[in-house]
Design a protein around this ligand. Sequence first.
Ligand SMILES: [Zn+2]
Length: 250
Amino acid sequence: MPLYATHAIVTRSLNYGESDKIITFFTRDFGKLKGIAKGARRSKKRFQNVLGLFSHLRLIFFDREGMGLVRAESGDLLHLFPNIREDLKKIYYGNYYLELINEMAGEREANPEAFDLLLSFLTDLDTEAPEEEQLRMFEIRMLSLFGYRPNLTRCGLCKRDWTELKDVPSVFFSFEKGTLVCGKCSKNGGGLVPLSLGTARLIDQVSQMELAKLRRLRFTSQALAESRGLLPRFISHQLGKELKSLKALK
Ligand SMILES: [Zn+2]
């Protein structure tokens, strides 16, 4: 059985049987992987308590082709994120990040950018006070990285762009079509919410902004309210389900 090594973050952890654990990892090189860690609750030596939620580790695992579960062999802890574990609000934020990744990522589909983004957001969450902008930014980047990026640059029906829509009194977002819809075209569609062009532009910018700039960005209260009404609902629509951790956050 071939042996592999990769950076991994623990996104789900369940006790299994007498002494094993079933773990979901989001890995840098292999995307989402489910694995069994045999004897993980007995052997301190092989895992050194690194299999708790949020842990970032260098994972060594065996993989037999065609098998669903990999066999986690050992792990070296890189970051424990201890402050996330001790603050209820941070736990809610962190759980939401992990659930979003778990739901959006396909098994064994590498997405190193998504891994780096999760690591960066967990690092900020560990060291700084949680701000709602971070949730919205994480949602925007996840949508973009996993191929669900909404069209916010022009009306999806008549194709008029921001400059041409500047003087239009109202613009909407269609959850059904994942696009901006101008007032004129809005008569043809249901499931629309009003959206200001300013917020549409902001969300579009966040989806491609450098991480360093992103960390300094603040939303206006209007942008925050509009993106709060839009993003979680759009994600539920795309995934076909409500996220449990989102309810806890509210
Ligand atoms: Zn239009």
